[in-house]
Design a protein around this ligand. Structure first.
Ligand SMILES: Cc1cc2nc3c(=O)[nH]c(=O)nc-3n(C[C@H](O)[C@H](O)[C@H](O)COP(=O)(O)OP(=O)(O)OC[C@H]3O[C@@H](n4cnc5c(N)ncnc54)[C@H](O)[C@@H]3O)c2cc1C
Length: 437
């Protein structure tokens, strides 16, 4: 089908973090770029836990921290292991993170995505909302030359399309870059937003007026591999679970049941006492990491963000927004240079992967390629939280007139009671060190 490619230089599908970053770079390069979003405004349909690591925004705006729509600056980070009756936390706080350039911030996606899309529009991108890309347009050779949309006059033509339509990307599947279904490498994220008066929230979590808390949890998903999180906003708390999709299907459990169990846990319930449910949401997360990323470019098409599986989900880290922005920026730059050279074929766009490898996006994924598998492995998920909690419970229990236990003997005894072999423990410790090296 001959198509008029002169309408735009590029079409970016999805005004999430990846799409807005890609459109921003193309607009900065002087290119005519359409930024297509199915929601009525950017972020209106987007679900995540709540923390954005902002340093990548250095490439978006100088002193971004003075204008970004922040809820709280994260100054406290905890990692928690739970059993049904016990918990242990490693709790770190640093006031160094309360001032620029900060570290993490909690922010609502409706605010953050709108702000970021505004940067692209400010640079000259054309934002088209309430419009769904329904099909890829191809010329006779098969090269992609735009998208069909659900508007009556809706074809948007351009020599290059950047698919930033998120996890389970319809466009990447249509281009043959993603398999039709891949439950093994996806988790389901479910989240509740609960309101608490600001003063109560700050007193309860020990926070200053703008300070925020980020808790990541393991051992709170019953028989299902996954984890939990709790983040503080100004006057709300976000609490949620991330659940391995195939395990969830096999278990017959409902995600909202599991979330209710977490909220009722003796270590969590007091944090939420008196709160009021404001919102429930759910969304898929690509967890495959480096080894399961698709091919990133084909003739006339690039993938960025979750559409390319670039979310880093590795236990102590659940970072997708910064990876989406990082990859979107590089995709936008690569597309602009390919347009300059007049070669938007797969060969002309092939530099994208190398450029990404030179940034944290692929460097982190590559280095941590074993981390998602390690964190989701059965012993880490279902046996070690109990081992650590039992060990500490015995250590902290004063059994006079019994003498205090020797640590080595206590570990052996606790492992034996839990049916864990010390050789497996040693092997996993080594695997963990390798995964996070
Ligand atoms: C429960 C949960 C908790 C998470 N917690 C965190 C966290 O705390 N911190 C973090 O950094 N990451 C977190 N993530 C991951 C993070 O949300 C994603 O990695 C990130 O949003 C990816 O950005 P993106 O721009 O690639 O895709 P998205 O944010 O999904 O944006 C895709 C955009 O494309 C639009 N779109 C889709 N299809 C079409 C179409 N056909 N036509 C037009 N528009 C379309 C959508 O409306 C959307 O605006 C979490 C994810 C989940 C599910």
């Amino acid at each position: 089908m001959p198509v008029d490619e002169t309408q735009f230089d590029a079409v970016v599908v999805g005004a999430g973090p990846a799409g807005s970053a890609a459109a921003l770079e193309l607009a900065r390069a002087g290119r005519r770029v359409a930024l297509l979003e199915r929601g009525p405004f950017p972020g209106s349909k987007n679900v995540y836990g709540g923390v954005v690591y902002g340093r990548i925004l250095d490439e978006v705006a100088e002193q971004w921290w003075s204008e970004v729509p922040v809820q709280r600056w994260v100054t406290r980070r905890s990692t928690m292991m739970l059993t049904p009756t016990q918990s242990i936390s490693v709790d770190f706080r640093s006031q160094d993170w309360s001032g620029p350039p900060h570290n993490g911030m909690t922010t609502y996606r409706a605010d953050f995505d709108s702000w970021l899309a505004g940067k692209a529009v400010g640079a000259g991108a054309e934002l088209i909302t309430s419009t769904v890309a329904t099909e890829l347009l191809r010329e006779d050779t098969g090269r992609i030359v735009g998208v069909r949309t659900d508007r009556p006059d809706g074809d948007l033509c351009a020599p290059v399309v950047i698919a930033c339509d998120g996890v389970n990307s319809f466009l990447a599947k249509s281009a043959g870059l993603l398999p039709a279904a891949d439950a093994e490498h996806h988790t389901l994220g479910v989240k509740e937003t609960l309101a608490l008066p600001r003063g109560v929230l700050e007193d309860r979590f020990g926070l200053g007026p703008d300070d925020g808390l980020d808790i990541e949890m393991v051992g709170c998903t019953g028989p299902i591999a996954g984890g939990g999180f709790l983040y503080t906003n100004k006057e709300t708390v976000s609490i949620g679970l991330v659940l391995a999709l195939s395990d969830l299907a096999r278990s017959g459990r409902r995600p909202e049941e599991l979330l209710a169990e977490l909220k009722a846990h003796p270590s969590i319930a007091p944090m939420l006492r008196g709160s009021e449910l404001k919102e429930y949401s759910a969304h898929l997360i690509p967890e495959g990491g480096y080894d399961h990323m698709p091919r990133l470019a084909t003739d006339g098409l690039l993938l960025a963000g979750d559409a390319a599986g670039m979310c880093l989900a590795a236990g102590i880290w659940l970072e997708g927004v910064n990876f989406a922005i990082g990859s979107g920026l590089v995709a936008g730059r690569t597309a602009a240079r390919a347009l300059d050279r007049g070669d938007v074929t797969a060969a002309g766009l092939a530099q994208y992967r190398q450029r990404l490898a030179d940034t944290f996006v692929l460097a982190d994924h590559r280095r941590l390629r074993r981390a998602p598998g390690f964190v989701l492995s059965p012993r880490v998920q279902h046996e070690y939280p109990g081992l650590v909690c039992d060990f500490l419970q015995h250590l902290f229990t004063v059994d006079n007139p019994e003498p205090k236990p020797r640590l080595g003997a206590l570990l052996r005894r606790t492992a034996r009671r839990r049916g864990i072999k010390l050789t497996d423990l040693a092997r996993d410790a080594l695997a963990g060190m390798r995964a996070f090296r």
